[in-house]
Design a protein around this ligand. Structure first.
Ligand code: IVH
Length: 697
């Protein structure tokens, strides 16, 4: 009996552990999915994302009682954004089941063979092909003419990016007319050489480089101006026929390999099918070969796709909800390389945090040459016992930042030197504070607390002028450095007192660039308090925190009197951020800089009719204040942009995804998964007319 009680206690503990882990994973996966699909700015590697996803899937399988339809495991991918018109896919754009070991590949092959044998099939062949790491797109041709190009979106509804798709280098806009509507699917990517060249350009201009070619491609294809997309020199590999006649005489293809051959004949750049084979050993050796060749290709691949070749056999095997049973994607583990650590350099950031960077013997990994890797903080050097002169294992999971996984102890010959972190700031010689108790986010960080530290000032000014902040065109790192070195500026406010002659006298700056910079500075005065708050570079206070704070306090002026308690009441602002903001506004130099900015005419408060004129200039009511709307489907009269403008003019917010926090879903014709989600979450659904009536009050 007591055993029983104990067991049930253990079980309920296990369930509650699993439940909190599941909740954590769902939240994190949603957050990272948004960063990946909507912001094109991932914070973690694909591999890490996949691992979280797999863990969630297996926990949900082990605990069916905790399953939830709203879990990210029940979704196909990212939702379409509001920027483009929606395109409903006539044939759902599904995705693939990922596997991470050769055993799983073999299990998949065996399972297909077994099932097909039962159906009386004898010759069972599989294709092996690269999994291109780009973004999925569909292309519709009507009587041989390219009519529509769309992103995948959530698999049911994508975004209409036809004009942008027409800029793709090798995509034909006209093909042989096979009679009617033909739809193919492929993967849009940015060639590595283009990625490297454009990223180098970005860095030169002081812009944030893309994390990887896939993000670059996603951001480029989803541009509102197709002239911008054209400059990004994207390309495509087509890998599937979605529907429609491939041959003019009505014949149907029998296999995937035949389809791809025919698609190629029609003039499309197609995926390279490496092998058609029935032998699992050959499949594995082809995957291995692909893994070895990965580095040498002009495009990123993140795995290999193994598919049943015969289309009839595919039908016999069938589909799961969003993945076929006749294919799997083998995902490569992150690539690792051995190299040598020649030194550790230190970099002082704008908040004074001193970050160590590993200087390496250059090594080519996952498509790029790497000679630096972040060591994040002091703890990592200590924990991984990394010494100068060590052989180290470098990892770059196909994308994001390279990092040192471990040092190779067996390679040591006694010449390696343990690293001693300096006690003084490498830029100003001031004392460093090792504040691992300050907050969990920066444990093990060393900080220079000298507010006058020149390295910090330079970083702060670069941040102040950058795109997401005051967006001063032409004031990149080089110009900031010159202005500081020549004593023209000492604080952000000084930017607004610069004289044209001072700028023109700097090296490589003439009259024209000086007057361009002066007008960019002038323009930046109107950015408004949200951008200004973000530009001030307060710890933990980025774009979204600034937006939240200003939506409550309406001006920078009000923040001088704000208390930690008041700030913590703002949605998404935690104690650490509130503390940092109060600390910043209590500094005497903050007041000085602020007064100077204000006297220069920099806008520090929301205007009566809303910042940047986004709200109704006629002084209309804020009847939608505090409400969040999601628009879906085609509205009868208004475009989405018009509907969004109407909502914003009444003080409401427009979001791209439905959640419990959504106040209303405005649905039109052909509304897709967002409508289903609204039903599931009991979010009120209204039509265009109701929206208009509500807006009229
Ligand atoms: S076949 C029904 N083949 O990988 C699914 N997909 O989740 C058909 N991808 O977004 C997909 N290379 O866009 C297939 N050779 C290839 C691929 C490929 C890249 C992408 C695809 C999808 C994702 C799979």
């Amino acid at each position: 009996m007591s055993d029983e009680i104990n067991n049930s206690k253990i079980d309920s503990k296990k369930i509650s552990d699993a439940e909190s882990r599941i909740n954590y994973l769902r939240k994190e996966i949603r957050r990272h999915s948004k960063l990946y699909y909507e912001n094109d700015a991932p914070e973690i590697t694909d591999y890490e994302y996949d691992m979280m996803f797999e863990e969630l899937k297996s926990l949900e399988a082990a605990h069916p009682e905790l399953d939830d339809d709203a879990s990210p495991t029940h979704r196909v991918g990212g939702a379409a954004s509001e920027k483009f018109s929606p395109v409903a896919h006539k044939v759902k754009m599904g995705s693939l089941t990922d596997v991470f070991s050769y055993d799983e590949v073999r299990a998949f092959v065996v399972k297909c063979i077994e099932k097909l044998c039962v159906e009386g099939e004898r010759e069972i062949k599989f294709t092996v092909e690269p999994k291109i790491d780009g973004l999925s797109a569909s292309l519709i041709y009507e009587n041989g003419l390219l009519k529509t190009g769309a992103t995948r979106g959530d698999g049911l509804i994508g975004e209409d990016v036809t004009d942008n798709m027409k800029t793709l280098k090798s995509l034909p806009t006209r093909i042989e007319d096979t009679g009617g509507e033909l739809c193919v699917r492929g993967e849009v990517y940015m060639p590595r050489s283009v990625f490297e060249a454009l990223n180098a350009e970005k860095e030169e201009n002081g812009e944030k480089p893309w994390a990887n070619p896939r993000n670059a491609a996603a951001g480029s294809l989803r541009q509102l101006d197709s002239a911008v997309t054209a400059k990004r020199r994207l390309d495509i590999f087509v890998f599937n026929l979605q529907y429609g006649p491939l041959y003019g005489d009505g014949r149907l293809p029998e296999s995937h390999s035949e389809t791809v051959r025919r698609i190629s004949e029609l003039g499309f750049p197609v995926i390279d099918i490496l092998k058609v084979t029935g032998d699992p050993d050959v499949i594995i050796s082809e995957i291995e070969r692909l893994g070895r060749a990965r580095d040498t290709l002009e495009y990123d691949i993140d795995g290999a796709v193994i598919k049943v070749d015969s289309l009839r056999q595919r039908e016999l095997l069938g589909e799961n909800t969003s993945t076929p049973k006749w294919a799997v994607a083998y995902k490569f583990p992150p690539e690792q390389k051995k190299t040598k650590l020649v030194g550790i350099s230190l970099n002082v950031g704008r908040t004074g945090v001193v970050t160590p960077t590993a200087e390496l013997v250059p090594v080519r990994i996952a498509g790029t040459t790497v000679q630096r890797a972040t060591l994040h903080n002091i703890d990592i050097i200590r924990e991984r016992d990394i010494r100068i002169g060590d052989s180290v294992i470098l990892q770059k999971a196909g994308d994001i930042i390279p990092e040192i996984v471990a040092s190779v102890k067996e390679d040591r010959d006694g010449t390696q030197i343990p690293y001693k972190f300096p006690e003084k700031c490498p830029a100003c010689g001031g004392e460093l504070v090792f504040d691992d108790s300050y907050d969990a986010l920066e444990s093990g960080a060393a900080r220079c607390i000298n507010a006058a530290c020149p390295a910090q000032l330079e970083r702060r000014l670069i941040h102040f002028a950058s795109k997401g902040a005051m967006d001063i065109d032409g004031m990149g790192p080089r110009v900031v450095n010159l202005l500081l070195e020549n004593g023209h500026i000492e604080s952000a406010a000084d930017i607004y007192y610069l004289k044209k002659e001072e700028i023109a006298s700097l090296p490589r700056m003439g009259e024209l660039s000086a007057s361009n910079l002066i007008s960019a500075i002038e323009k930046s005065k109107e950015r408004g308090p949200t951008r200004l708050l973000c530009a001030l570079g307060i710890r933990h206070t980025g774009e979204s925190a600034s937006e939240a704070v200003i939506s409550k306090f309406k001006s920078i002026d009000a923040l001088f009197d704000a208390t930690e308690e008041e700030l913590s009441e703002v949605d998404d602002i935690g104690g650490v951020t509130a503390h940092a903001i109060v600390e910043f506004f209590s500094l005497p130099e903050t007041r000085l800089v602020f007064e100077k900015l204000k006297s220069a005419g920099v806008v520090t408060a929301e205007k009566e009719n809303g910042e940047n004129g986004e709200k109704n200039a006629n002084g209309a009511s804020d009847s939608f204040s505090g409400l969040t709307f999601v628009l879906t489907g085609k509205l009868p009269e208004m475009t989405r942009d018009e509907a969004a403008a109407l909502i914003k003019s009444k003080g409401g917010k427009v979001s791209s995804s439905v959640s419990k926090k959504t106040s209303y879903v405005v649905a039109g014709e052909d509304a897709g998964s967002k409508l289903t989600k609204a039903f599931e979450l009991d979010v009120p659904i209204i039509d265009e007319e109701t929206l208009k009536r509500m807006a009229e009050g």
